[in-house]
Design a protein around this ligand. Structure first.
Ligand SMILES: *[C@@H]1O[C@H](CO)[C@@H](O)[C@H](O)[C@H]1NC(C)=O
Ligand SMILES: *[C@@H]1O[C@H](CO)[C@@H](O)[C@H](O)[C@H]1NC(C)=O
Ligand SMILES: *[C@@H]1O[C@H](CO)[C@@H](O)[C@H](O)[C@H]1NC(C)=O
Ligand SMILES: *[C@@H]1O[C@H](CO)[C@@H](O)[C@H](O)[C@H]1NC(C)=O
Ligand SMILES: *[C@@H]1O[C@H](CO)[C@@H](O)[C@H](O)[C@H]1NC(C)=O
Ligand SMILES: *[C@@H]1O[C@H](CO)[C@@H](O)[C@H](O)[C@H]1NC(C)=O
Ligand SMILES: *[C@@H]1O[C@H](CO)[C@@H](O)[C@H](O)[C@H]1NC(C)=O
Ligand SMILES: *[C@@H]1O[C@H](CO)[C@@H](O)[C@H](O)[C@H]1NC(C)=O
Ligand SMILES: *[C@@H]1O[C@H](CO)[C@@H](O)[C@H](O)[C@H]1NC(C)=O
Ligand SMILES: *[C@@H]1O[C@H](CO)[C@@H](O)[C@H](O)[C@H]1NC(C)=O
Ligand SMILES: *[C@@H]1O[C@H](CO)[C@@H](O)[C@H](O)[C@H]1NC(C)=O
Length: 360
């Protein structure tokens, strides 16, 4: 992932005041250290534009997009990793963005680069929270698969420790895998280095908008392109959707694949899978007698076997307060532990040219 690509298009423009005067960046990202609440616990984290994940950036093939990054951290240097355009290895492939400074990235994806990816920030363990989706769209708008809408499933980790402590010993117990910044079930008591805003063993407050499973809203009888992004550093994971067991993989790591049907998706750090999901019809929902389904996520090969949840909801305008405040009594789906041969010899490139040797 961190191989420096010859297709490196970023340019330092900071010392070109004229360019700045005549053009405005397409995107502005601000990285800062803030107390944010996830899984009902407050934690000091490096965040992009105040949220986890940060805002999605959309690039287009064969078109230059200019992203200005402000480092609002008080002390720490940072760099942005936007594979394959900039791996941002501090001082190896780019200057550090020092605290209280900014840097301009010019990103120009080549034809064929369309797909789902993510950006994240170095240095240290900021990547855990300071990241966001990076979507590259086709230059000609010709997408090889038909679908109605997209949905993001962006995975990240929540640790029972400060970034500093996790960095010092890459062994901190994983506490939650988050989907789009929401961890569920909630962390109870004072497990984290949180500032103890909730009393010990307080039940997750369902009225608290930071205290619920991520709700992925869908409508009946539609095809969705899910962009699953493994923005995790240390935790391999598997996930599946209750009563929705036909996931059609159409892209892996930003390369379109032949359609491949699966009921489970396994991901490691940095991996991405795009899959199509045909939602239930109204009639099928009536037969099932429900409109909310669990997205079941399990960690793998860590010091604890943990299960986390998000919600696929057909309830229109499902509000956080109406979402379940506790996880299901038993796992809705049983997922095999070892998936060593998952999709082995199954995924094939969509195009004749195959998966390019280039890493992207
Ligand atoms: C990030 O926040 C800044 C202001 O703090 C805003 O100008 C910018 O548009 C935001 N970026 C995105 C991608 O939403
Ligand atoms: C985070 O919260 C702690 C405890 O309330 C406080 O001391 C600290 O100043 C806060 N930091 C920021 C950046 O808001
Ligand atoms: C890519 O963009 C350049 C102009 O920047 C244009 O000349 C060229 O035709 C474009 N290539 C494709 C395949 O669209
Ligand atoms: C930031 O990077 C500079 C080198 O460019 C280094 O001298 C400084 O100590 C770094 N700051 C921190 C807080 O690591
Ligand atoms: C955590 O909870 C225990 C027992 O409830 C209490 O003794 C301890 O002081 C708490 N620690 C912090 C840091 O709040
Ligand atoms: C969380 O980390 C603290 C040390 O930072 C430790 O004392 C505590 O036992 C840990 N809690 C859990 C649930 O792992
Ligand atoms: C949710 O809980 C967090 C932590 O206790 C608190 O900071 C936040 O203000 C609460 N939000 C709402 C909407 O009640
Ligand atoms: C589902 O959508 C398809 C078109 O995508 C339509 O032909 C079909 O009638 C719809 N079925 C129901 C039950 O609404
Ligand atoms: C799974 O979905 C694909 C595309 O949505 C469809 O072609 C295929 O027939 C489905 N397979 C099953 C077993 O339902
Ligand atoms: C997790 O579950 C697997 C399969 O049941 C087991 O082999 C492994 O020891 C478990 N790991 C932990 C840390 O409990
Ligand atoms: C859902 O919310 C949107 C915007 O808030 C509103 O326009 C729409 O009428 C709501 N739909 C329902 C079914 O309540």
């Amino acid at each position: 992932m961190t191989i420096s690509s010859p297709r490196l298009w970023y340019t330092l423009l900071a010392n070109l005041p004229l360019a700045i005067a005549i053009r405005q960046p397409h995107y502005i990202l601000r990285i800062a250290s803030e107390n944010i609440t996830v899984a009902c616990r407050t934690r000091l984290s490096a965040v992009v534009n105040g949220t986890v994940p940060g805002p999605a950036i959309y690039l287009k093939e064969n078109q230059t997009t200019w992203v200005r990054v402000y480092n609002d951290l008080l002390h720490d240097n940072t760099t942005m990793f936007v594979a394959p355009y900039s791996d941002g290895t501090p001082q190896a492939s780019q200057w550090l963005i020092k605290a209280q400074n900014f840097f301009d990235y010019e990103l120009r994806p080549e034809i064929g680069a369309a797909g789902s990816s993510f950006y994240h920030f170095h240095v240290g363990f900021q990547a855990v929270t300071a990241s966001g989706p990076l979507i590259v769209e086709e230059a000609d708008g010709e997408v090889p698969y038909d679908y109605d809408e997209d949905r993001m499933i962006s995975f990240s980790e929540l640790f029972n420790n400060t970034d500093k402590a996790v960095e010092d010993a890459l062994t901190a117990p994983l506490k939650r895998l988050q989907v789009n910044g929401n961890g569920f079930p909630a962390l109870l008591g004072n497990e984290t280095d949180a500032f103890g805003k909730l009393p010990d063993n307080a039940p997750p407050s369902s009225s608290n908008d930071t205290c619920h499973p991520e709700i992925i809203q869908v409508e009946p009888n539609k095809t969705y392109r899910f962009r699953a992004i493994g923005g995790v550093a240390l935790s391999p994971l598997v996930f599946t959707l209750e009563d929705h067991r036909n996931l059609t993989i159409v892209a892996a790591d930003s390369y379109y694949t032949q359609p491949a049907s699966t009921d489970i998706i396994q991901m490691g750090g940095g991996q991405r899978y795009d899959f199509l999901l045909r939602t239930k019809t109204e009639d099928e929902l009536k037969v099932l007698g429900k409109t909310d389904f669990w997205v079941q996520i399990e960690s793998r090969y860590r010091e604890e076997n943990s299960t986390f949840y998000a919600l696929l909801s057909y309830t229109s305008n499902q509000s956080a307060s109406a979402a379940p405040s506790s996880p299901p009594g038993q796992h809705p789906v049983s997922i095999p532990y070892s998936l060593q041969d998952w999709m082995e010899y199954t995924l094939e490139p969509l195009n004749q040219m195959g998966f390019q040797a280039l890493i992207k």
